[in-house]
Design a protein around this ligand. Structure first.
Ligand code: IPD
Ligand code: CA
Ligand code: CA
Length: 260
């Protein structure tokens, strides 16, 4: 199964790399883009993944959720990092997860620009291009955090900046790739130590969440267990210590603010 999903991700990545002259539209807010390629890649994956496991519903960013109550669900972001993609920044990835009643069973994230394939089968470890990955053991002082500023709902930006300032004073540095999937993969692979985003959809984090748990890290929402059916905040870290620190600071910065 995992090899077939990886192959589908690889082909989807080729569609991204070869794409030129495509149309771009805004959806919802001015900063929220969708291109013809997002839609074409999702159409391709919907078809291919349906052949790989027909007994699964399909939740993708660019199409309606076919929810017929099946135990398994494909959770797909055809291009995570669309704003980077439409600007030609070469920092985007394909994200595919298959969930069942116990969470995420398979996850694949493929960055075609650097040919980096992350994948995991629950209970069997997480891998990057054939090498087993593990979170780092860096302490807070030597940690890097990826933190986003709630680009699509700017009313949450002030508490995000407050959190960024508080964590910055305690850790080493801050990064922002612009693809939550890649940022979470970087955490799973020991390249960064903490991650926070106020508002993410399941297709942004489903696959990468499995890499984090399989690689020994911690991930949940700020105020609830990890789930894969609604928009939630995401907190992730390499160690319990960093996780509890980030969660405590986030809860203080977002005190009284509901994420919707
Ligand atoms: C976005 C990226 C970005 C994150 C946004 C996501 P998209 O996904 O993951 O890093 O900050 O919240 O929506 O729109 O490029 O698929
Ligand atoms: Ca996304
Ligand atoms: Ca997307």
């Amino acid at each position: 199964m995992i090899e077939k999903i990886k192959q589908a991700a690889r082909e989807a990545g080729q569609m991204m790399i070869k794409a030129h002259d495509f149309n771009v539209h805004s959806k919802g807010s001015a900063a929220n883009y969708v291109s013809d390629i997002d839609i074409a890649v999702e159409k391709f994956l919907r078809q291919r993944l349906g052949e790989i496991c027909p007994d699964a519903d399909f939740m993708g960013e660019e199409s309606d959720f076919t929810n017929s109550g099946k135990d398994k669900v494909w959770i797909v972001d055809p291009i995570d990092g669309t704003a980077n993609f439409v600007r030609g920044m070469n920092m985007s990835a394909v994200s595919i997860a298959l969930s069942d009643n116990d969470g995420i069973l398979y996850g694949v994230v493929y960055d075609p620009y650097i040919d980096r394939m992350f994948y995991a089968h629950r209970g069997h470890g997480a891998y990057m291009n054939g090498e087993k990955i593990h979170v780092s053991d860096r302490d807070t002082e030597h940690s890097i955090i990826s933190i986003a500023m709630s680009v699509y709902k700017k009313e949450y930006a002030p508490p995000c900046f407050k959190l960024a300032e508080r964590i910055m004073m305690q850790c080493e540095d801050i990064r922002r790739v612009g693809s939550a999937a890649i940022e979470l993969c970087n955490l799973a692979a020991g390249k960064i130590e903490m991650f926070f985003e106020a508002r993410l959809y399941p297709w942004d984090y489903a696959a990468a969440s499995l890499f984090i748990t399989e690689a020994g890290g911690y991930i949940s929402s700020m105020d609830q267990e990890l789930s894969f059916n609604s928009v939630i905040s995401i907190i992730a870290a390499n160690t319990k210590e960093n996780f509890e620190l980030l969660k405590g600071e986030a809860l203080e910065c977002f005190d009284g603010i509901e994420i919707i």
